[in-house]
Ligand binder design. Structure first.
Ligand code: ATP
Ligand code: AMO
Length: 433
């Protein structure tokens, strides 16, 4: 709309055409107000029954909330109006009517349960505080891309329909691909490694991952957004530095560019992490967890960390931190063992005090060792020949990681449920919208 002014940009003494949704109708008798809402904010439209054209007043008073109007008129300063300005209309066009019965109330006066909100995301995202989450999410992705550029990484896109799984066989979604068995990809892992060995050397991808997770939890999705990084000639220490840089830079960008959104979400104070996240070895981590006394059973070497264990350690550490040197046997075949101790891997996780955000490591780049690893994990190396064969033609050492995009936003904003950070979440009960 060419001649449109946003509600937040109107100025007293000027004429303006605004367009948006009827947020509220306040009929006080001789005078009535329509509060119009658009992307930028709200604007009061004044209807004076005795002073204005009857048809104009009637058009304004007959609309239902959430109808779309285009209103042209003069802007006046009005201290009693919510934004300090009001528009005195010369014309009101009803662009799209809304039913009087709404499935949820975008003015926020009536609370709606999450399923109702997810079923009606269009209306839900008319609430400024819900819209704010997705504006912040967009800023997170924008800032991540910018930092990846600083890291000299090239953005790639890899296939989501694949012939084999990589992150453990139980969590695959099978599909039929022209009569052949295929799967939705669980992660760009193998493809990003193939690109670390290509002329691109350092790559990143922000894209969907698909996991047939068993559990319906507040922090798992069946379709999630993974922020993936992979770099040739890097080791796991450098990969951790890069993950830390991304996290710090996206927090900085949100603090700098999303003040309004943070305010809407009730943040008086938004802490940007300083970096230098503590790097605990796996062994230190389990000792600290055991020392909290929070678990019924003591952890021993080789145990994975349960949700309770992660929570106990998160509370104990209180900041972002890494767990390094995981036992080789609980890390995937593509993670390289430590040079001086093959019971320990170069695999690491980056943790937010509430949950795991990132997994990564240095990769096994030696062909024979890699093929051995497949066999040890019960995978058929022949099925992965498209991948393993490239390790015969000059595959440099490389390292990388995957970061859960929704978990990053969820933990940043203190959201209780990961579904709050996705427009149209996929979970065990939800396949549409
Ligand atoms: P009536 O007497 O039939 O209610 P009126 O035209 O006399 O109509 P006012 O007495 O001017 O109405 O205002 C009614 C209410 O609306 C008052 O509480 C007043 O503070 C408020 N009000 C009036 N003008 C504005 C405005 N431009 N913005 C916000 N509130 C206003
Ligand atoms: P991993 O399986 O640990 O590692 O996944 C990396 C990160 O992705 C996020 N994540 C999820 N978020 C929401 N719902 C899910 N179901 C889900 N699954 C994973 C988490 C997790 O830390 N290829 C390796 C990464 C690598 O080594 O580069 C991988 O996929 O935040």
């Amino acid at each position: 709309m060419q001649d449109r002014t946003y509600a937040a940009d109107v100025d007293a003494g000027e004429s303006a055409t605004v367009a948006g949704w009827v947020h509220e109708i306040r009929d006080l008798g001789g005078i009535a107000f329509l509060i119009l809402r658009d992307k930028s904010g709200k604007l009061q439209i004044k209807l004076e029954k005795d002073e204005m054209d009857d048809e104009l007043v009637e058009t304004g008073l007959n609309v239902h909330r959430e109808s779309v109007l285009k209103v042209a008129g003069d802007v006046k300063e009005e201290p009693r109006a919510p934004t300090g300005f009001e528009l005195v209309p010369e014309s009101i066009e009803v662009v799209a009517e809304a039913d009087p019965e709404l499935p949820l109330d975008p003015s926020g006066k009536v609370d709606a349960e999450l399923p109702t909100r997810l079923d009606n995301r269009t209306l839900d995202l008319r609430k400024p505080e819900v819209k704010a989450i997705f504006e912040i999410r967009a800023e997170v992705m924008r800032a991540a891309r910018e930092t990846f550029r600083d890291l000299n990484a090239t953005e790639i896109n890899t296939p989501k329909i694949v012939a084999t799984g990589t992150e453990g066989g139980t969590e695959l979604f099978p599909i039929t691909y022209f009569g052949e068995e295929a799967f939705m990809n669980q992660s760009p892992q193998l493809f990003k490694q193939l690109m670390a060995g290509s002329g691109l050397e350092t790559v990143f991808e922000i894209g969907p991952i698909f996991r047939a997770e068993e559990h319906n939890t507040p922090r798992h999705l069946n379709e999630a957004t993974s922020i993936d990084f992979e770099s040739a000639f890097a080791d796991h220490h450098e990969a951790m530095d890069a993950a830390e840089e991304i996290v710090v830079s996206v927090y900085e960008a949100v603090a700098e560019n999303c003040a309004e959104q943070l305010d809407l979400l009730g943040y008086d104070d938004f802490d940007v992490p300083e970096g230098d996240f503590p790097r605990l070895s796996y062994e230190e981590a389990i000792e600290r967890i055991n020392a909290t006394g929070e678990l019924d059973e003591q952890l021993v070497f080789g145990d994975d960390l349960s949700t309770e264990a992660e929570r106990a350690l998160g509370e104990d550490v209180g900041t972002f931190y890494f767990i390094t040197g995981w036992p080789s046997e609980i890390k995937p075949f593509y993670i390289k063992d430590q040079d001086d101790d093959d019971s320990l891997s170069t695999g690491f996780d980056m943790m937010h005090p509430r949950m795991e955000l990132v997994s990564g490591g240095q990769r096994e780049h030696r062909y024979e060792k890699l093929v051995e690893g497949f066999e040890q994990q019960g995978l058929d190396p022949e099925q992965f020949e498209y991948y393993t064969k490239m390790f015969k033609y000059g595959m440099p050492p490389h390292a990388g990681w995957g970061m859960g995009g929704e978990r990053l936003v969820m933990t940043m904003l203190g959201l209780e449920n990961i579904r709050e950070a996705v427009l149209f979440p996929r979970d065990r009960q939800r396949l549409s919208p």
